[in-house]
Design a protein around this ligand. Structure first.
Ligand SMILES: Nc1ncnc2c1ncn2[C@@H]1O[C@H](COP(=O)(O)OP(=O)(O)OP(=O)(O)O)[C@@H](O)[C@H]1O
Length: 287
């Protein structure tokens, strides 16, 4: 039987916040990830994704439960170079060039032989001479990815790796990652972006308030949560800055109920929907 890349049981982590209240960041999490899987950790702010990832890397000790990475402790797996990470925070030295950065960390790992390989893999060869401070956010993330690949790890853990990247850089980053996954690495990444989980992960673990609320093939999660939503724009005369005219809304409810429509919800447009509406309108206008 192959040893799981990750086996966590009953993981629990509590923090005391500055005002003295206890926050249960991770609450009884069980998780097994097999070698070669690509798993997304998806959840809103504060769901417990980063805390779980930190425990996976041996950066935070669980209050209860056990966690093993390739059959050993996370700290030992990191020492053996079997797991490495691209974290949200974490410094790069601005004055170094891309290549100097990779060389310095490669020397620490005793893997100077891998400098060229990881530069190539992260598609940084052409930027090798550029100073870190002159690199874009996306390029700096790719540099962190190159550093994570230095020990030739079996498992790469990415904590919101594309935060701050524009759409183009994000796509480019995932292209690079996908190629690497195809070469057989296990990849676990935390993200806010449903689209990233959808496009990249075979399996999605949904977290909320410290717990795993759904863990399934990404296509199944999409089927469970991605039901179609019908939205419409009410006539301008029933809308004012405080909301929609209550009588008019009651008439909408009454009209929709016989059609089997439930969960009618009035909300301010999200940025995403506003962006979509705007771009659709713009496209229409330029056609
Ligand atoms: N060092 C800490 N001290 C106190 N509370 C903490 C600490 N680290 C995390 N928390 C709290 O634990 C909860 C889970 O945080 P965590 O960072 O794991 O969530 P997350 O899902 O990664 O969120 P985000 O998407 O915002 O990064 C939050 O309520 C957070 O405020």
């Amino acid at each position: 039987m192959t040893i799981p890349a990750i086996r966590a049981t009953g993981l629990r982590k509590q923090f005391r916040s500055t005002d003295g209240t206890e926050v249960l960041a991770v609450d009884d999490v069980d998780l097994t990830v097999h070698p070669g899987e690509i798993v997304a950790f998806l959840g809103p702010n504060g769901a417990g994704k980063t805390t779980t990832v930190d425990m996976l890397l041996g950066l935070t000790r669980p209050d209860a439960g056990t966690i093993e990475v390739y059959g050993t402790t996370p700290a030992e797996a990191v020492r053996q170079g079997r797991v490495s990470a691209v974290m949200q925070t974490g410094g790069l030295l601005n004055d170094f060039t891309v290549q100097e950065t990779v060389r310095a960390i490669a020397a620490l790992h005793g893997r100077s032989d891998r400098v060229e390989v990881v530069l190539e893999r992260a598609r940084l060869t052409e930027l090798a001479g550029r100073r870190v401070e002159a690199c874009s956010g996306g390029e700096q993330q790719r540099l962190k990815f190159a550093l994570a690949l230095l020990p030739d790890p079996d498992l790469v853990v990415l904590d919101e790796p594309t935060t701050g990247m524009d759409v183009g850089s994000r796509q480019e980053f995932w292209r690079t990652m996908r190629a690497d996954a195809a070469a057989g690495r296990t990849i676990v990444f935390a993200t806010h972006y449903l689209a990233e989980a959808d496009e990249f992960a075979q399996r999605t673990v949904l977290m909320a308030r410290g717990r795993i609320v759904h863990d399934a093939a990404t296509a199944d999660v999409r089927a469970a949560y991605g039901g179609r939503t019908l939205t419409f724009r009410p006539p301008a005369e029933v809308v004012d800055p405080d909301g929609i005219d209550a009588d008019w809304l009651a008439r909408v409810h009454a009209a929709l109920e016989p059609l089997g429509v439930t969960d009618v919800d009035v909300s301010a447009a999200s940025l995403e929907s506003a962006f979509l509406a705007l771009t659709t309108e713009l496209e229409g206008a330029t056609r």
